[in-house]
Design a protein around this ligand. Sequence first.
Ligand SMILES: *Cc1c(COP(=O)(O)O)cnc(C)c1O
Length: 355
Amino acid sequence: MNLSVETVPPERRKPKPAADNLGFGNLFTDHMLTMRYQAGTGWQDAAIVPYQPFSLDPAAMVLHYGQAIFEGLKAYRGEDGSALLFRPKDNIRRMNRSAARMCMPSLPEEEVFAALCRLVDLEREWIPAARGASLYIRPTMIATEPGLGVRPAEEYLFFIILSPVGAYYPEGFNPVKIFVTDTYVRAVPGGVGEAKTAGNYAASIIAAVEAKEKGYTQVLWLDGVERRYIEEVGTMNIFFVINGEVITPPLAGSILPGITRDSVLRLVRDWGLPVSERRISIDEVLAAAENGSLTEVFGTGTAAVISPVGLLSYRGKEYPVNGGATGKLAQRLFDELLGIQYGERPDPYGWLVRL
Ligand SMILES: *Cc1c(COP(=O)(O)O)cnc(C)c1O
């Protein structure tokens, strides 16, 4: 596949922001990658171009029927100035699984990987140097064919944009307060919960807004049938430690198969801790919180990496976890994963791609 590159002249590039005040996802780099798909012809016109708005037909099918999928991964700056990507091929493979579920075309994985590396290499000066900061990478695919009729579109746009993001915990590793909702559900068996598709997030906003109004940071989702079994938290997978057993819900179709989740499972298994991917009910979690056997709860996802949970709220009652403090395992995982991601610790699993 041909990749054309049109760069912004150096004097017209945007100033790089200060690394200590980046926030998340508000700033974008000078370039982006685009590629178009046409049924019958396949993917074509892969190009790195100056970051700019798209023009889209008002009847573009994504705007009406929501064929939209995305990914999220990060590039970290190594001590030697190299750009370090964490498990990028897993993101591209997952995007193709999302595409299959949403009747969208499959991406050529090797070509997309090469194009992604080329884009990050071109934008490497945008990777912030501050510890905890990184360059967030957002591959996205949308249906662009104009038409009002529910069926798979025949034209798509794939693009990658890049955003320098700050440390998720600028004031230190702080446990969050979680609201357990039994009003709303995120996904149901047979639905699209395991696809990283835009509609899942649109559907989740109301629960997040209501939780924030009540003073909580995130929502914990229960299963869509019995509203009893734990699914995930906000846009993260979730782990519990009960009587020393590390527990996370299984990937049974309604949960997003997180790459951080997979990395955590790999680490804790190799550390010799008892691990279960099994169904766990909210009753089991709260009973364990009350009898003291629940020692830790934490979320896992690319944005925060590890997010310790200090409190659960369910049906009007609050249940502190580990006295509201960060647990030992969450801290160990955070240190290990960031150590690997920044190239400071050995990478025995071959997770890093160094540019
Ligand atoms: C992206 C995402 C995750 C975490 O996946 P990672 O690959 O670890 O970043 C978990 N849950 C939801 C709903 C997500 O969208």
